[in-house]
Design a protein around this ligand. Structure first.
Ligand code: NDP
Length: 434
């Protein structure tokens, strides 16, 4: 704790994984040898850099950039870039740590990493976003590459930002290295279904989990927090499975629409106009309402899909959801439920899918994008989504099977942590003390 002083989210993420490892070490004591667990908790490399850029008034602004290359035992570092004012070293480290196990769960040859900046894109013009992305990549480019480290998007980084960063990488290196970034647009090497993958994947995972109880999304009321990339495509797949999305949010408030959220309208507001979710109630009118501030989890529902950010669902929220009869929770975001909330859900017998398993569809499809880039191929949407659905089903079964093997049937948190850890640990052991 002293060595990583003040990095509260990193401590939280590490503690959660370590709590699951007691059973593994009891069964396989060799995993405690050679400081393997300590090495897994220590990033291989952390890069912190200055990002100067010029705003539209001609004023020079400074932000801080981060890239944490956490673990490359299974493949090149892989993980998104986040632009949000809350970003600091502890948040990027927690995300990189989680990413290592998540990537292992996909069964694909990718290590774990994460990056970002405390830059706030909200209210910035397109020109400011471009200049920021170019400056960020001017330093980042020397640390990444198709065989080294392959970043993607995350909060505040979508197709537009990936495009500007790819353009600057190409300019600096004079190489058309399509596989250096994922989440690209289709016409310069992107994959179909990548944009949809995290939300679709989380929904496939929860559907599979509900099926273990002979149930499914059909007819269920669902809350999806956030209204960004993960939230929008979670809503889309929930609706395709016959569920009714009753509420969604952003960081200023939430909307409730008991007749089912109109997803075309959400997409228009968030993806085209880049406006706030409060616009939804104004444009939709009758039947919907917007609650400024407030808490989206107060809406009665059968399933909750937290898809915004870390620690957005607290113990108090979990109690409300349980009181309202929630039967399943699927984390589309990274670590959105506090440890308290997770414990309460598990004690109440609510099906709980942790982010590192449930949201792995995004990075898995990024790995499929890398495959397409390497073979200069481009798959159809249906083919890519079929692969995604298969991967999510395999991750589900792997978590459920591991939980059972280690004496905790139904505990997807333990199953995900143990299955991810064992894969990384085996690779690290095979490579010597690294
Ligand atoms: P976006 O930037 O597209 O959307 C984020 C959404 O969450 C926005 O609605 C935003 O609202 C809201 N939000 C962000 N920060 C906060 C906050 N502090 N409090 C309340 N609401 C907040 O990001 P993504 O959809 O890509 O990412 C969402 C989550 O999913 C993150 O945890 C991310 O790490 C995780 N994830 C994303 C993957 C991907 O492929 N994109 C892959 C795997 C995980 P506002 O506009 O008001 O800020």
């Amino acid at each position: 704790i002293r060595r990583n002083a003040g990095e509260v989210e990193f401590h939280q993420a590490v503690r959660e994984v370590l709590e699951s490892l007691g059973r593994v070490v009891a069964k396989h004591p060799s995993y405690a040898d050679n400081a393997l667990i300590e090495r897994i908790c220590e990033p291989e490399r952390q890069i912190i850099f200055r990002v100067p850029w010029t705003d539209d008034r001609g004023q020079v602004r400074i932000n801080r950039g981060f890239r944490v290359q956490f673990n490359s035992a299974l493949g090149p570092y892989k993980g998104g870039i986040r632009f949000h004012p809350s970003v600091n070293a502890g948040i990027i480290k927690f995300l990189g740590f989680e990413q290592t196990f998540k990537n292992a769960l996909t069964g694909m040859p990718i290590g774990g990493g994460k990056g970002g900046s405390d830059f706030n894109p909200r209210g910035c013009s397109d020109g400011e976003i471009m200049r920021f992305c170019q400056s960020f990549m001017t330093e980042l480019h020397r640390h990444i590459g198709e065989y080294t480290d392959v970043p993607a998007g995350d909060i505040g980084v979508g197709g537009r930002e990936i495009g500007y960063m790819f353009g600057q990488y190409k300019r600096l290196t004079n190489r058309y290295e399509a596989g250096v970034l994922t989440g690209k647009a289709l016409f310069y090497g992107g994959s179909r279904a990548r944009r949809e993958a995290t939300g679709y994947g989380a929904t496939y995972f929860v559907q599979r989990m509900l099926e273990t109880r002979g149930d499914g999304f059909a007819g269920k009321k669902v809350i999806v927090s956030g209204s960004g990339n993960v939230a929008i495509y979670t809503m889309e797949k929930v609706i395709q499975f016959g569920g009714v999305v009753v509420a969604c949010s952003d960081s200023n408030g939430y909307v409730v629409d008991e007749s089912g959220v109109d997803l075309d309208l959400v997409k228009e507001i968030k993806e085209v106009r880049r406006e706030r979710i409060s616009e939804y109630a104004r444009l939709k009118g009758a039947g919907s309402h917007y609650i400024p501030g407030g808490c989206v989890w107060d809406t009665p529902a059968d399933v909750a899909m937290p898809s915004a950010t870390q620690n957005e669902l607290t113990g108090k929220d979990a109690r409300t959801l349980i009181k309202n009869g929630v039967i399943a929770v699927g984390e589309g975001a990274n670590m959105p439920s506090t440890p308290d909330a997770v414990r309460l859900f598990q004690e109440a017998g609510v099906l709980f899918a942790p982010g590192k398993a449930a949201n792995a569809g995004g990075v898995a499809t990024s790995a499929l994008e890398m495959q397409q880039n390497a073979s200069r191929d481009s798959w159809t949407f249906e083919q890519t989504e079929r692969r995604l659905a298969r991967i999510m089903s395999d991750i589900h079964d792997q978590c459920a099977g591991t939980a059972e093997e280690y004496g905790a049937p139904g505990d997807y948190v333990l199953g995900a942590n143990v299955a991810g850890f064992v894969r990384v640990a085996e690779a690290m052991n095979a490579l010597g003390v690294i």
